[in-house]
Design a protein around this ligand. Structure first.
Ligand SMILES: O=c1ccn([C@@H]2O[C@H](COP(=O)(O)OP(=O)(O)O[C@H]3OC[C@@H](O)[C@H](O)[C@H]3O)[C@@H](O)[C@H]2O)c(=O)[nH]1
Ligand SMILES: [Mg+2]
Length: 617
C-alpha cells in the first residue's frame, strides 16, 4: 500500500504505522485530513486501528466526522488545535486573561420605565424596527434547568400556555406591524427572524415551528442556522478526545453562543439584509419572557446614540450568575467596555485592587451592571468587522483539573466562545455602549432547576420557571398600574421552596400593547383588578374601561372587533394550587413551576365577528 503514497507522506505517517497501513481505503481528501491530524500531534487517534480490511466502515466514518469538524471551524482543525494548545498553556500557568487591564465601573444610558425619555425612546425604537433583524440563540441544552424538551417550547406563562417561541414571534410581528404603520412611505418588508440551533435543539425547534404554522410568521421570514459542536480535548497537548463508547469517533461538545457570528457571516444573510436596507441586528437568548418590554426603548437608544454595539443590562446582585459590564483600561491606555463573565468577575476584581471581589455596594447591588445578553448591533459596521475576522470570536478554555499539578483533566474539555465577546476585536473608534433598565421590566430568565433555585441566597434572583412566570404577572401588573389601573397588591408565597411575590395573573398578546404609550390608549376610566384575579387579553382592539375585575376574565378577539371591557366581573376565578417539583404525576413543564391553576370559574369571551362589543354581548 505504502508504495502508492509518496515518500514525504510515508515519512510523516511513520509515527502512525496503523494509519499508514490503512491508506489504501482513504481518498486523497481524507489523506490530506490525516496529514493535518498527524502534523498537529494527533497520532494517538490511530494507535488502535486494526489492519486494512477490519472495521473499514468505521474508519471511513471517522474521517467523515473529521471532515465536518475541519470545515465548520474557521481555519479548520489545525487552527483549533493550535489555539487550544495556547489557551491550555495559559490556563496551566494561571495566566489572567485580563492581564494588564484594570476594571472600573462604566457609565451607560439609564432608562426608567414610563419616564418621558423612555416613552420617546420607545417611539423611536418602533420607527427603527422595520430595519431590524432578530437573532435568537437557542442551541443550548439548558443543563442547569434540566428540562427534557427544548427551552423555547416551555410556556412563558401558564395562564394562556403561550410558549416562549410563540411569544417571541408574536412580539416581532407586532413590532413589524407597528413600525410599518408609522413609516412615512414604502418599506413594507418583513423583519427577518433567525434562530441558531444545535444538534441538541434543531429538529425539535423545526418541528415546533412547522406544527404551529410558524406561529403566524411567513416560513420564508424564519431561518434556522445550526451550529456544530467542536472536538473535545484530553490533555494540555490538545490531544483530541475519543468518544468513550466509540473509538472511531471524536467526542464533541458545544462551542458556545459565540458561534452565532460566524454562522451569520457565512450564511450570506448579512449582505442580503444590507441590500434590503436593514440597519440593526438584535440578538437575544432563549427564555427571557420580559425581553420584549425592553426592546423598543433600547433600539431607540441605539439609534439616538448611534451605537455600533448596545448591550442591555439590569442592576446586578453580587455573585449572581450574570456577567458584569465592565470598563477595562489597559496599562498602555486602550480601554473597552465589555462583559466580564460571572465566573471571572470575582477573580478579576480581587487581582486588581478590589480585595473583597464581587460584592454589593451601598445600593445593595454590584456596581457593575448585569449583562442580560441582549445585543443590538448596527449592521453596517458589524458586517465590516466580520469581514476582517470571518466571524471568529475570542475563545477561552475552562478545564477542570484533577489536581494542582494541572496535568490532567477530570473530563475532556473544549474551546468555547460567547456572543457578547464580539466587541473585543473592535477598533477604539467603535461606539460601544450599554443601556440599563429596571429588572422587573426587562429580565427574568428561566435557567435553574427547582432544587438549585431554592438554594439561591436570599435576595438574589432565582432565575427559575417559578420566578420567570411570576415576573411576567408582576411586570404586567406594574405596567397597568402605571397606566392608571388599580391593581391588587401582591402576596408572598413559597413555591418549590422559593419565596415569590404573586401578583394578579395579568397577561396580554404583544399586539395589544408593545409600548407604554399604546397601552395607555387601551386603558381608561376607573378600573381595578383584585389580587386574586386572572386576566388574559388575546386581541388587538380591546379597551379596559371602568372595569372592576374580581375573578377570571379571558378575552379573545379578531382585529376587526372592538371590545370594551367594563362593568363588574366577579366569579370564583382560577385558584393557584401548590405542586411539588418531585411529583411526576404532573407534567414536567408545570411541576417545575411549583403551582398549577385550578380553573374553577371564569368569564370567557370570544369575539369572532367585526363590530363593537362589550362584555354583555
Ligand atoms: O453552544 C451554545 C450555548 C448556549 N446557547 C444559547 O445561549 C443562551 C445562553 O446560554 P446560557 O443560558 O447557558 O448562558 P449563561 O446563563 O451561562 O450566561 C449567559 O446569560 C447571562 C449573561 O449574563 C451571560 O453573560 C451570558 O453568557 C441560551 O439561549 C442558549 O440556548 C447556544 O445557542 N449555543
Ligand atoms: Mg451556560
Amino acid at each position: 500500500m505504502a508504495s502508492t503514497v509518496d515518500s514525504s507522506v510515508s515519512d510523516l505517517f511513520s509515527s502512525a504505522p496503523a494509519l499508514l497501513s490503512n491508506l489504501g481505503i482513504l481518498s486523497p481528501d481524507q489523506i490530506e485530513l490525516a496529514k493535518i491530524l498527524i502534523e498537529n500531534g494527533q497520532t494517538h487517534l490511530f494507535l488502535h486501528w486494526p489492519e486494512l480490511g477490519v472495521s473499514d466502515k468505521e474508519k471511513l466514518s471517522f474521517f467523515e466526522q473529521i471532515a465536518r469538524l475541519n470545515s465548520s471551524y474557521p481555519g479548520g482543525l489545525a487552527a483549533y488545535i493550535k489555539t487550544a494548545k495556547e489557551l491550555l498553556a495559559d490556563s496551566k500557568i494561571g495566566k489572567n486573561p485580563y492581564d494588564g487591564f484594570s476594571p472600573s465601573v462604566p457609565s451607560g444610558e439609564n432608562l426608567t420605565f414610563g419616564s418621558e425619555n423612555f416613552i420617546e425612546m420607545e417611539k423611536r425604537g418602533v420607527i427603527e424596527a422595520k430595519e431590524a433583524a432578530f437573532v435568537l440563540v437557542a442551541g443550548g441544552l439548558g443543563e442547569r434547568l434540566g428540562y427534557n424538551g427544548i427551552k423555547v417550547a416551555l410556556p412563558r406563562e401558564t395562564t394562556t400556555g403561550t410558549c416562549f417561541l410563540q411569544h417571541y414571534i408574536e412580539s416581532i410581528l407586532a413590532l413589524q406591524e407597528a413600525s410599518h404603520k408609522v413609516a412615512s412611505e414604502g418599506s413594507e418588508g418583513d423583519i427577518p427572524f433567525i434562530i441558531m440551533t444545535s444538534d441538541d435543539t434543531h429538529s425539535r425547534t423545526q418541528k415546533l415551528l412547522e406544527s404551529n404554522s410558524y406561529f403566524g410568521m411567513k416560513p420564508t421570514q424564519v431561518h434556522l442556522l445550526k451550529q456544530e459542536k467542536v472536538a473535545c480535548l484530553d490533555d494540555n497537548d490538545a490531544r483530541l478526545a475519543l468518544d468513550p463508547n466509540n473509538k472511531y469517533k471524536i467526542q464533541t461538545k458545544p462551542h458556545g453562543h459565540g458561534d452565532v457570528h460566524s454562522l451569520l457571516y457565512s450564511s450570506g444573510l448579512l449582505d442580503k439584509w444590507l441590500d434590503a436596507g436593514l440597519k440593526w441586528v438584535l440578538f437575544f437568548q432563549d427564555t427571557n419572557g420580559l425581553l420584549f418590554n425592553a426592546i423598543p426603548a433600547s433600539l431607540g437608544v441605539s439609534a439616538t446614540k448611534q451605537y455600533h454595539v448596545n448591550s442591555l443590562a439590569v442592576p446586578r446582585k453580587a455573585k449572581e450568575a450574570i456577567g458584569g459590564i465592565t470598563k477595562l483600561t489597559h496599562d498602555d491606555g486602550r480601554s473597552m467596555v465589555i462583559n466580564v463573565e460571572y465566573n471571572q468577575l470575582d477573580p478579576l476584581l480581587r487581582a486588581s485592587g478590589f480585595p473583597d471581589g464581587d460584592v454589593n455596594c451601598e445600593t445593595g447591588y454590584s456596581p457593575f451592571p448585569g449583562n442580560i445578553n441582549q445585543l443590538i448591533l448596527e449592521l453596517g459596521p458589524y458586517k465590516e468587522e466580520l469581514q476582517k475576522t470571518g466571524g471568529a470570536i475570542k475563545e477561552f478554555v475552562n478545564p477542570k483539573y484533577k489536581d494542582s499539578t494541572k496535568t490532567s483533566f477530570k473530563s475532556s474539555t473544549r474551546l468555547e466562545c460567547m456572543m457578547q465577546d464580539y466587541p473585543k476585536t473592535l477598533p477604539p473608534t467603535a461606539r460601544v455602549g450599554f443601556t440599563v433598565m429596571d429588572i422587573w421590566l426587562a429580565y427574568a430568565p428561566v435557567k435553574n432547576n427547582p432544587e438549585d433555585s431554592a438554594k439561591v441566597p436570599k435576595g438574589n434572583p432565582y432565575h427559575s420557571a417559578t420566578s420567570g412566570e411570576m415576573a411576567i404577572y408582576r411586570a404586567n401588573s406594574l405596567i397597568l398600574q402605571k397606566a392608571g389601573v388599580k391593581v391588587g397588591e401582591p402576596v408572598k408565597q413559597i413555591l418549590n421552596g422559593q419565596e415569590v411575590e404573586v401578583w394578579p395573573r395579568i397577561t396580554w398578546k404583544p399586539k395589544w400593547g408593545m409600548i407604554f404609550s399604546d397601552i395607555k390608549t387601551k386603558v381608561g376610566g376607573n378600573s381595578e383588578v383584585s389580587r386574586r384575579s386572572t386576566m388574559a387579553i388575546m386581541g388587538r382592539n380591546v379597551f379596559i374601561e371602568d372595569l372592576s375585575l374580581d375573578g377570571a376574565l379571558i378575552v379573545e378577539s379578531i382585529d376587526d372587533a372592538e371590545v370594551k371591557l367594563g362593568g363588574l366581573v366577579k366569579n370564583k376565578g382560577w385558584i393557584m394550587e401548590n405542586v411539588d417539583y418531585k411529583d411526576t404525576s404532573v407534567p414536567e413543564e408545570i411541576r417545575i413551576r411549583g403551582f398549577r391553576f385550578n380553573k374553577v370559574e371564569q368569564l370567557e369571551k370570544k369575539f369572532t365577528q367585526p363590530g363593537h362589543f362589550t362584555l354583555e354581548d
